[in-house]
Write a protein that binds this ligand. Structure first.
Ligand code: NDP
Ligand code: BG6
Length: 512
């Protein structure tokens, strides 16, 4: 296991970074915050957004003067809303009387307003509620009021919702004017055209500065660590290219199906749900050049640059599959061709990466829940060891979930009076290496906090999305419009279609 010692100069730099962060936080904490969750009756709001807000409150990270207003078409009283969310709130650290007390206090600040997404009058009712119940009184006291709108709704209603928000917004007096920010969930459109139309429409109502496009994988602890791993360590950089790396595998597996979300999933499929966003972001972070600084724009510039060098994907780069039983699920269209599994090969045509197969795989209802990136190095040329060709290649594995870990597979002589070589691992298991790792915040907590502090490093810029859709759209259209491509059925709980193994074999690789 790797030793984690620090030296004092690093500690000083980190301390000054925290100083400025602390100042920003202190300022944000003195202001009042209304958080409006659109689609509050839905799956994401219940499972992720509201629990993340509670957790931030529990850890004293929300501004002390905050309110949460759920908004959706479903008819509900505030009391009923509190009851529906209560069961999904948990205290990450200690359960007990303190947890119950804080939960009650959090719930007492949650309210619900029912309304449609297409009527400005409905948004006026919401706006009046916010102004009359909370904001006006703060304005009178000279306290700035901020508003965070979290759009936990399907992207086909984003535009009308943003129009309602913009048209109904009551401007506070100049002296107490705060910010207004809008968080948008993925997938942002269905293809390049729908993305562009949606983007242009949204620009009429909210500025780029107010827009926070979320990809929750960027909030995951291990994904955040990629920049540090690559650019704060010396040993990787000289090896980080096509001279030394044989392949990169990015894998996402879930051991459950669409679980009541078929209405959404069947319209989008696994490529739009996972690959075009979560996995492509991981590919970008692993392959981009060092950014000029840790500033959000510098990081996003580098991601866009490497994504532009990605060869446009075609249907022939993919294997698609569908788990048996999917078509019988509620909300799935009869005879649906929607893939629940996809594997593909990517190539980045630049000096650093050309020729390195980047194998990306995502599937629902597979044998396990796993998200990881595996960087496989080339085999040792001119090896002096017998049976050298049976030895595993070195591999750097970043396991995003479950059990966050980074490990390096090496070859080592086994101890004792033997010359046998074996595979061994240098492992950094987060949960044993850091006490704090027992309490790793959910990605949504980190990201919502960044919205409150106005930090965009972990959010997606519009040009990033445009290039992502440019690369995926031709393949998506070919796969959907031609009868030549039908998803291969696979048994739920299996490793997915064997065709994915043949795809990897075409590039001399084996899926881990
Ligand atoms: P839901 O299907 O649960 O929809 C959320 C709410 O939106 C519903 O409760 C419903 O509220 C309203 N809604 C649903 N469909 C429509 C429609 N066609 N027109 C108008 N309103 C509609 O979705 P999720 O909560 O699962 O997802 C919301 C967004 O978050 C999606 O963009 C999804 O891609 C994204 N997302 C979801 C994740 C998850 O784990 N669930 C993870 C990451 C992203 P009402 O009828 O009461 O108005
Ligand atoms: C979401 C997808 O973006 O990510 C879901 O819409 C998927 O289909 C989820 O289940 C996976 O997120 P996590 O954080 O549980 O790996």
């Amino acid at each position: 296991t790797i030793d984690r010692s620090t030296d004092s100069s690093q500690t000083v730099q980190v301390a000054s970074m925290f100083d400025s962060m602390t100042k920003r936080r202190e300022a944000a904490r003195r202001e009042a915050l209304s958080i409006v969750v659109l689609g509050a009756s839905g799956d994401l709001a219940r499972k992720k957004t509201l629990p993340a807000l509670f957790s931030l409150y529990y850890h004293d990270l929300l501004p002390s003067d905050f309110y949460v207003v759920g908004y959706a078409r479903s008819n509900m009283t505030s009391e009923a809303f509190r009851n529906t969310i209560k069961s999904s709130l948990t205290c990450r650290v200690i359960e007990g009387p303190e947890c119950a007390r804080k939960m009650e206090h959090f719930l007492s600040r949650c309210f619900y307003v029912s309304g449609t997404y297409h009527e400005t009058t409905a948004f006026r009712t919401l706006d009046e509620f916010l102004v009359n119940e909370f904001e006006k009184e703060r304005w009178n006291r000279g306290v700035p009021t901020n508003r965070l709108y979290y759009l936990a709704i399907p992207s086909n209603v984003f535009a009308e919702a943003c129009r309602g928000i913009a048209h109904a917004h009551t401007k506070p007096p100049e002296s107490t004017k705060g910010w207004m920010r809008v968080v948008l969930e993925k997938p942002f459109g269905r293809d390049l055209d729908t993305f562009q139309t949606l983007h242009q429409e949204l620009q009429l109502y909210i500025s780029e500065e107010q827009t926070f496009r979320i990809d929750h994988y960027l909030g995951k602890e291990l994904v955040q660590n990629v920049l540090a791993l690559r650019f704060a360590n010396y040993f990787l950089e000289p090896l980080w290219n096509n001279q030394h790396i044989q392949s990169i595998q990015v894998t996402f597996k879930e051991n459950f199906g669409v679980e009541g979300r078929a209405g959404y999933f069947d319209q989008y499929g696994i490529i739009r749900d996972i690959m075009q966003n979560h996995l492509l972001q991981m590919v970008a972070l692993f392959t981009m050049e060092q950014p000029a600084s840790l500033n959000a724009e510098d990081i996003r510039d580098e991601k866009v640059k490497v994504l532009r060098s990605l060869e446009t994907l075609r249907a022939t780069d993919f294997v698609i599959g569908q788990y048996m039983g999917y078509r019988e699920e509620d909300g799935v269209r009869p005879g649906s061709k929607t893939p629940t599994f996809a594997a593909c090969r990517m190539n980045i045509r630049n000096r650093r990466w050309d020729g390195v197969p980047i194998l990306v795989k995502a599937g629902k209802h597979l044998d396990e829940r796993l998200a990881e990136v595996r960087v496989t190095f080339r085999s040792v040329p001119g090896s002096i060891f017998s049976l050298a060709n049976t030895l595993p290649n070195n591999e750097l594995v970043v396991r995003v979930q479950p059990d966050e870990a980074i490990y390096l597979r090496i070859v080592s002589k086994s101890p004792g009076l033997t010359s046998r070589l074996e595979e061994a691992r240098l492992t950094l298991f987060y949960r044993t290496a850091w006490e704090e790792a027992h309490d790793i915040p959910d990605a949504y907590e980190r990201l919502i906090l960044d919205v409150i502090y106005g930090d965009k490093s972990l959010f997606i810029r519009s040009d990033e999305l445009k290039v992502a859709w440019e690369k995926f759209t031709p393949a998506l259209h070919e796969l959907e419009q031609s009868d030549r491509y039908r998803p291969v059925p696979y048994v739920a709980g299996s490793r997915g279609p064997a065709e994915a193994d043949y795809l990897a074999a075409r590039y001399g690789c084996v899926w881990a």
